[in-house]
Design a protein around this ligand. Structure first.
Ligand code: NAD
Ligand code: ZN
Length: 247
């Protein structure tokens, strides 16, 4: 029983660590990049979600981002997010490292969340540095394209996400890797594990002796390294694991 084995490992964990990807938010209605139904099949995210594309034409960037923002702003945490929050509350996880930018882990009650690709909930002006909630910029998109900075009128308003071609937030990356060093159980959920350096995090945990559990809808390149592989939806599998850890 793979779910039972995963629950057993997490129950015994002293320094459990989760790494999550877009798959965790799929059941909240936010499309993944890769995998079935992923955005990759509609357009190339490496192009439209790159810093070069944004700087060359903020309007073109925001035309794509407008639709995604509309979906993401109404998305609510799903049972997978809540299960991860419960694992932390019950002492089975020390932290969640996420590649997601949607803020749903925090909304579901996870306290120690490390966002290695930034957050799409805030927008920052690259000219004057002013920050605004994404929600407010989203409302302006209906009448203004590209959206302009309320303070300086600049047109380079960028969500505080890491676009392709941008450096990762160093403090978050360092914290993620030091948690991986210390981890005794590594739970990877909803990630295709092809985006580096995030995918390196479970490899570091393994090298320092952690057991690894992979929960994903489709095969990943690290399945053969894992102690437990569960093929399924995180919103269904994670609550089952929580139930078997005793709540
Ligand atoms: P990915 O899109 O590359 O892979 C998602 C994986 O999740 C796939 O392997 C898919 O099979 C699996 N999956 C789909 N639905 C699932 C479900 N219900 N339960 C379990 N697994 C499921 O995602 P990634 O590895 O996070 O890398 C993509 C990059 O895009 C990330 O860097 C992230 O920053 C960004 N992104 C973020 C969001 C978000 O914030 N919600 C959404 C899309 C992309
Ligand atoms: Zn400004």
């Amino acid at each position: 029983m793979t779910v039972a084995h995963a629950a057993e490992l997490l129950s015994a964990a002293r320094r459990g660590l989760a790494l999550t990807g877009a798959g965790v938010s799929a059941e909240s209605g936010i499309p993944t990049f890769r995998g079935e139904g992923g955005l990759w099949t509609q357009y190339d995210p490496v192009k439209v979600a790159s810093i070069e594309y944004f700087m060359a034409d903020p309007s073109a960037y925001w035309k794509v981002s407008k639709d995604r923002g509309r979906v993401a702003l109404v998305a609510r945490p799903n049972p997978g997010h809540h299960a991860l929050a419960a694992l932390e509350a019950n002492g089975h996880l020390a932290a969640v490292v996420t590649q997601n930018t949607d803020g749903l882990h925090q909304e579901s009650g996870s306290r120690h969340v490390i966002e290695v690709h930034g957050s799409s909930r805030t927008v920052q002006c690259l000219d004057c540095g002013n920050r605004e909630p994404r929600r407010e910029v989203q409302a302006r998109l209906e009448v203004e394209m590209p959206p302009r900075c309320k303070v300086c009128g600049g047109v380079f308003l960028k969500p505080t996400v890491v676009l392709f071609g941008e450096p990762l937030p160093q403090a978050a990356i360092q914290e993620a890797f030091s948690l991986a060093h210390e981890a005794d159980v590594m739970l990877v959920v909803g990630s295709s594990l092809v985006v580096y350096p995030a995918a390196e995090i479970p490899l570091v945990a393994l090298r320092y002796g952690a057991k690894m559990i992979v929960v994903n809808a489709e095969p990943t390149p690290f399945d053969e390294l894992a102690d437990v592989v569960i093929r399924g939806k995180s919103g269904e599998v994670l609550p089952e694991i929580v139930a078997l850890t005793g709540g």
